[in-house]
Design a binder for this molecule. Structure first.
Ligand SMILES: NC(=O)c1ccc[n+]([C@@H]2O[C@H](COP(=O)([O-])OP(=O)(O)OC[C@H]3O[C@@H](n4cnc5c(N)ncnc54)[C@H](OP(=O)(O)O)[C@@H]3O)[C@@H](O)[C@H]2O)c1
Length: 248
């Protein structure tokens, strides 16, 4: 009997994570859903079930190791061994550098760095024992050159990238594929497109469908050709890294 396909998606209550969770279900995975807000997770689970998929709601704060361990245990007990982990949960803090308090900095590191660290540590050992598994870290523009007023967020996400790279090299020989997926730009979520005002070309934003396509591509890569880091940006990238040449 082949093992059941089971994915654990963090930050699955709304935004990108909700779309990822639904896509994983469409790809035939039973999906464990993690976020703190139970009602939002239940909405995601309902969307999955309506499409004929299977989902388990596990309200969890990823910054708390005990809660992460309990969620992983519940998912593996109810759905089976986790074969895919998507570290997507994230919290943003935008504040001028001089106003960032120590608690702000701690908060960003707790959610965006400790969170994926705890989740990865909770599943990677068992994946390695089974000789297979995929772990994806959803990153953003910050891991290239941080936007201003996001220094605590940038630091926490850069640290997450470092974890992704180390895990990739530490576990590759044991059959576990870890990869950083760098979404370099604004994503086409309703709240983002609305904030940009109407009448904006939808291709200015990275579509969640494109993010999901890339995730599925990474998950299905053969073990003789694994990608450890990939990036996506729209043609309209809002923050060019090289100034346009002035016309003569
Ligand atoms: N939106 C963009 O334009 C964009 C661009 C590039 C990269 N990204 C990355 O994509 C990821 C998702 O972004 P998004 O825009 O979809 O965010 P979002 O709409 O704010 O959703 C974040 C999700 O993470 C959960 N979450 C936050 N803190 C958590 C915690 N401590 N424990 C467990 N779950 C927690 C939230 O639920 P609760 O609050 O209920 O816990 C929610 O389900 C983030 O890692 C972000 O850095 C986003």
């Amino acid at each position: 009997m082949p093992e059941p396909k089971v994915a654990l998606v963090t930050g699955a209550g709304r935004g990108i994570g909700r779309d990822i969770a639904q896509r994983m279900a469409r790809e035939g995975y039973a999906v464990g859903l993690i976020a703190r807000t139970k009602s939002q997770l239940e909405e995601t689970a309902e969307l999955i079930r309506r499409q004929g998929g299977k989902a388990l709601v596990t309200p969890t704060d990823v910054s708390k190791r005990e809660q992460v361990l309990a969620a992983v245990e519940a998912v593996e007990r109810e759905l089976g061994p986790i074969s895919v982990l998507i570290n997507n949960a994230g919290a943003y803090l935008r504040k001028p550098f001089l106003e960032i308090a120590e608690e702000d900095f701690d908060f960003q590191l707790k959610v965006n760095t400790y969170g994926p660290f705890f989740c990865t540590q909770a599943v990677v050992g068992r994946m390695a024992e089974r000789g297979s598994g995929t772990i994806i870290f959803v990153l953003g523009s910050e891991s290239r050159s941080g936007p201003l007023q996001y220094s605590a967020y940038n630091a926490s996400k850069l640290a997450q990238r470092a974890i992704a790279e180390s895990v990739a090299y530490e576990f590759m020989h044991r059959g576990v594929h870890a990869a950083a997926l760098d979404v370099d730009g604004a994503v086409g979520l309703e709240r983002v497109t609305e904030a940009a005002g109407g009448d904006v070309d939808p291709d200015h934003f990275v579509a969640t469908e494109s993010i999901c396509n890339e995730l599925v591509h990474l998950i299905n890569q053969p073990r003789n050709a694994w990608t450890f880091a990939v990036d996506l940006r729209s043609y309209w990238q809002w923050r060019p890294r090289v100034a346009a040449k002035k016309k003569a």
